[in-house]
Design a binder for this molecule. Structure first.
Ligand SMILES: *Cc1c(COP(=O)(O)O)cnc(C)c1O
Ligand SMILES: [Zn+2]
Length: 422
């Protein structure tokens, strides 16, 4: 069955066949949504067909993805997705919440959410027989593409700003990608990578440009759906107050806006095949110094006005978000909202999550910082079930992590000194 039937422009609604376009809408440059034949999918599959699969990776959702199986058995490419959800009882209590969980995307093969997009783009590249894949990246998208490509011997070229945190650059180099550090911003790297892709015929993964990244990212929504089915079923058995669950609220940090759009797309697909009845609330969190999408949301428009981004959360530091329109809609169409947080809030969130055993990079902790504010502003209620997403590992940016904590004392190797220090 060919379930991938085309694309629809998110701005002008123009429709295209799969072979007609590759990246954005030729008319207005709008981001393209992948259109699946959801009627056929609805007839062919039941939720149990997915839930009974033994594949513990995002590839368990292959029936709902617009790509063929990329092969590469037992490689890191096969291990993307299927990240754990943790309960956070002590943090919940501190915030006065009843039901709080965290989905830990740092557990992906290259330690960020971006593996989902890169895995599916690499599958697409293989299908269209692309020789080289390229991306611009603040670090994580590149690391993910380099890692997923290396897993199946695909060539990758990465453009990153020269200011990218060293751990991320190290990942790119160790995975054997051709790395070009641009003396400019992420936005400069973005434009340059597209020029290079056109010049050399490379397949471009860029976020908010290649329609397949959101298809990869939507698999997080599928996992949340499967987890939530189990969670609500168990609560029913126990006859707990969780029976009264209002819809799940999902908090996620936002830079270009592609993760939040991808999660929204995943739930829209589930709605279209009839596997859910209502959408969860999707709440986007941006850094105060990089809030172009939040600004548009608060102004009640879809017009994204570029800013000059400044935040220590490098993964969400973006002047011109490339998927802003769909990102605004993800919150607006699900009863969600946007919240902005300061760098101080983010550093505090790193320390708080750390005490629960979770090590997040600044952009990953931003979602929790957003939750703290959402509680204070009564955006979420005390009995609402809430899932925050940690999008990346703290090991990606150790310098930022050290700003979130007090330095360890250096002591003489004597018991006397220990007594003084503790
Ligand atoms: C890319 C990234 C984000 C933001 O995703 P967008 O699609 O740019 O909104 C958030 N956190 C981490 C760790 C990321 O790498
Ligand atoms: Zn268009």
């Amino acid at each position: 069955m060919d379930k991938f039937i085309g694309y629809r422009c998110s701005l002008c609604n123009a429709e295209y066949l799969p072979g007609q376009v590759t990246y954005t809408c030729p008319k207005d440059g709008g981001n393209l949504d992948v259109v699946l034949d959801t009627n056929a999918l609805r007839q062919k599959y039941q939720p149990e067909d997915i839930a009974s699969r033994r594949d513990e990776s995002l590839w368990r959702y292959l029936p709902l993805l617009p790509v063929a199986d990329p092969g590469g058995e037992a490689t890191p490419l096969r291990a993307a997705g299927w990240t754990p959800v943790y309960a956070l009882p002590r943090l919940a209590e501190k915030l006065g919440l009843r039901h709080l969980w965290l989905k830990d995307e740092s557990r992906n093969p290259t330690a960020s959410f971006k593996d989902r997009a890169s895995a599916v783009v690499v599958a697409r590249a293989r299908q269209i027989k692309a020789e080289v894949v390229v991306t611009a990246s603040t670090g994580n998208a590149g690391a993910a593409l380099a890692g997923m490509a290396a897993a199946i011997g695909q060539k990758a070229v990465i453009f990153a700003p020269k200011t990218a945190p060293p751990a991320k650059v190290a990942q790119l180099l160790v995975y054997g990608a051709q790395v070009l550090l641009v003396d400019g911003t992420y936005d400069d790297a973005f434009d340059l990578s597209i020029q290079a892709a056109n010049e050399f015929g490379w397949y471009c993964r860029n976020t908010g440009y290649n329609p397949f990244t959101a298809e990869g990212k939507k698999t997080a929504a599928f996992e949340i759906w499967e987890w939530w089915r189990g969670e609500s079923r168990e609560s029913r058995v126990e006859n707990s107050p969780a029976n009264l669950y209002s819809p799940l609220s999902i908090l996620v940090s936002v830079g270009d806006g592609n993760i939040i759009s991808g999660i929204h797309k995943g739930f829209k697909d589930l709605l279209a095949v009839g596997w859910i009845e209502k959408m969860p609330r999707i709440i986007g969190v941006q850094a105060e110094g990089s809030a172009a999408i939040a600004n548009a949301f608060q102004a009640g428009t879809e017009t994204i006005i570029p800013i000059s981004a400044k935040t220590l959360a490098d993964s969400i530091s973006v002047d011109l978000p490339r998927d802003g329109v769909r990102a605004v809609r993800a919150a607006r169409e699900t009863g969600g909202t946007y919240i902005t947080v300061s760098d101080q809030d983010i550093l505090a969130a790193i320390a708080e999550l750390g005490k629960a055993g979770i090590f997040a990079e600044p952009a990953g902790a931003a979602s929790y910082a957003g939750l703290v504010k959402a509680v204070a502003q009564a955006v979420v209620g005390s009995t609402d079930p809430i899932l925050v997403i940690n999008t990346g590992s703290g090991l990606k940016d150790v310098r930022a992590a050290m700003q979130a904590v007090k330095e360890a004392p250096i002591i003489e190797p004597t018991l006397e000194a220990v007594k003084k220090a503790i």
